[in-house]
Write a protein that binds this ligand. Structure first.
Ligand code: G6P
Length: 615
């Protein structure tokens, strides 16, 4: 959460900062601000609201400076207003900071600083940090780098920070612990960019280096030096990024979310392309080969994740148990990490995360690592923190996901989990060749089937949305592989339309939620053809008997549900294990169209952020 950008080089910083903040706005949009050094003076512009509000406030005024920082905020400490917006200045106005994360011991630090005369303007933890650096700098009479380093040794919490000083107008300092920070090496001499992720940078350079935890980067007089907070010099690992610029633009769609929903035939294909061979029955992934022995002897898998990724994890549970016959536990990372969980070195812990940066998932993984378990990651953002700390894993290849509500990342995660589960099953001998062939062949057909769902379902989904966009509650029901889909459908609706929605295993409905059903209540039931189809049918009858309005997701040519449901959305027939890849699509579209009709900000829903780097 919170997006940060910084520039130092021969060009004007302003345009990069604003455009960069707009690209990072998915990380938080409570306020925006920039600071630039002009004529040895730090000038700060900040505003409550979105980056556009800041631009409007600046109102075409020319803002010059070859060095600057920018921030888009997701509020943690202090309400979202102009005063609490970043950048924050030191008491003497010589230093400016932007910060993503939380300084947990800020209250204690603040008390001490106040005693030595510091006066604070905002309620933020960030302002305390910059005053601390100022205090150390004057007490120790040291360089800015040293003051930052000493301050960070006193700080408890998570941060990615960038600091400017009007006394060092050729210097920019960035540091990270727990929150991401990437440095771009520009094509011009002495030009560097910094950002929370690479999206603001790729327009200017592909050459980047990711800071590791407890590292501080100083760019001074055109030179980049990286040191640890213990003051040990490190050689930065410079890599070339492959993301294309189109991938982070809307490409003619009204919203990123809609673009990303429609990208799914490709993102699913990209996630299995080159990894499966349905003729020779091969599933090739580095993790499968390198950990073959471990996989063969595995007694337990624990999946840790948050949000939509946790729902993908639930699909993973069905997959691994079904095919590889390994018991699976799926954990909310935030609960797992504080529960004193029982972990064994023989366990495999899989973290699923689109961003690869979610603080709770990272912490859960660290815990697992400490206990000696093998840790895998299923992540989308290349070079992010989780893949860098895992023993192995697989990227999802969904491409950049900008809409805050996750869509294509979910189906890409499910795709990769299918491959891992089948790969595990094959190495453990728990799946027959014919079953494996069927699923692999069907996987190859999935992108075309997703495409078909996208094209065939939009009209009916718009009709359903028109009818129900004003209701206050929705219920989503599913069984088996479709149960996590019901949870995900409900989450999508809640996130972007602010309609209360609950997902439930269909049969559990009679243990509570059935009391909610009346003639006003739309109930979305995912009832595709599988072994428990008849059971789902009975659940539909139960809703119908209470006059609930049924919106059903069914397999093509289904006749039975048609007689009971008010609306039926058809999806092509597929293997049960792959059904989530199809049945999720209409639910994404339904929440999208309902949110649009309600006038909601689809890509940036209120109070949410895409990358949750605080716990
Ligand atoms: C936030 C996002 C969700 C996402 C969750 C986990 O809440 O709004 O869309 O599912 O974080 O994020 P991750 O990057 O770990 O998948």
């Amino acid at each position: 959460m919170c997006g940060i950008v910084a520039y130092i080089g021969p060009n004007q910083a302003y345009n990069f900062l604003i455009k960069g903040l707009q690209r990072l706005e998915y990380r938080g949009y409570d306020s925006a601000g920039i600071a630039l050094i002009e004529n040895n003076e730090i000038k700060v512009y900040k505003e409550h609201g979105k980056v556009q509000d800041l631009v409007d406030k600046i109102n075409g005024k020319i803002i010059s400076g070859n060095i600057g920082i920018g921030h888009t905020r997701w509020a943690t400490h202090g309400e979202p207003n102009q005063i609490n917006a970043h950048p924050h200045l030191s008491g003497n106005g010589e230093l400016a900071v932007i910060h993503n994360g939380i300084i947990e011991n800020y209250a204690t630090l603040k008390e001490v600083l106040e005693k030595s005369g510091h006066v604070f303007k905002s309620d933020t933890d960030t302002e305390v940090l910059i005053h601390l650096i100022e205090e150390i700098k004057s007490q120790e009479n040291c360089s800015l780098f040293e003051a930052v380093r000493l301050a960070l040794n006193e700080v408890v919490g998570a941060y990615a920070i960038v600091i400017l000083s009007n006394n060092d107008p050729d210097t920019i300092i960035g540091a990270r612990k727990g929150s991401p920070l990437v440095i771009g090496i520009g094509n011009n001499v002495g030009e560097y960019f910094m950002a929370s992720d690479a999206t603001p940078i790729i327009e200017y350079t592909r050459k980047v280096t990711y800071l590791n935890d407890n590292e501080i980067a100083e760019i001074k007089k055109g030179q980049l030096v990286v040191k640890t907070i213990e003051n040990k010099e490190k050689t930065p690992f410079i890599q070339n990024l492959e993301i294309s610029l189109e991938a982070i633009e809307k490409g003619g769609f009204e919203h990123f979310m809609l673009k990303e929903i429609f990208e799914q035939p490709k993102s699913i294909h990209d996630s299995f392309r080159g990894r499966i061979d349905s003729k020779d029955l091969k599933i090739e992934m580095r993790s499968l080969n390198e950990f073959e022995n471990k996989i063969k002897n595995l007694k337990r898998i624990i999946i840790v994740a948050c949000g939509t990724s946790w729902h993908a994890g639930l699909v993973g549970e069905y997959l691994f148990e079904d095919f590889a016959r390994i018991p699976v536990e799926v954990e909310y990372a935030s609960e797992f990490r504080y529960r004193n969980p029982v972990l064994y070195p023989e366990d495999l812990v899989i973290a699923i995360s689109q961003s690869g940066e979610t603080a709770d998932t990272l912490a859960a993984l660290e815990l697992a690592k400490k206990s000696g378990a093998t840790v895998f990651g299923v992540c989308n953002v290349v070079g992010s923190s989780i893949p860098r700390m895992t023993d192995a894993g697989a990227y999802t290849h969904a491409g950049p996901e900008i809409g805050v509500a996750s869509t294509k990342a979910f189906t890409a995660q499910v795709t990769v989990l299918v491959l891992l589960a089948l790969g595990f099953a094959q190495r453990r001998g728990s799946i027959s060749d014919s079953k494996l062939r069927n699923i692999l062949q069907e996987m190859e057909r999935i992108p075309a089937k997703v495409d078909k769902v996208l094209k065939s379902s939009e009209t009916i989904i718009k009709e359903i949305s028109e009818k129900y966009y004003n209701v206050r509650n929705f219920l989503y029901l599913g069984r088996g592989y479709n149960f996590p889909v019901a949870l995900e459908g409900a989450l999508k609706l809640k996130e972007i339309s602010y309609i209360h929605a609950e997902g439930y295993p269909a049969a559990e409905m009679k243990h509570g939620p059935i009391a909610l059903i009346d003639e006003e209540m739309p109930v979305v039931v995912i009832a595709t053809q599988n072994e428990i189809y008849e059971k789902a049918l009975s659940n539909i009858q139960e809703v119908k008997a209470r006059k609930g309005k049924i919106i059903a997701i069914v397999t093509e040519n289904d006749e039975k549900v048609k007689n009971l449901a008010e609306f039926c959305i058809e999806i092509p027939e597929t293997e049960d294990a792959l059904a989530p890849l199809l049945s999720t699509i209409p639910l994404q579209l339904l929440s999208y169209h309902i949110a649009v009709l309600r006038g909601c900000n689809v890509d940036q829903p209120r109070n949410l952020a895409k990358s949750v780097t605080v716990e």
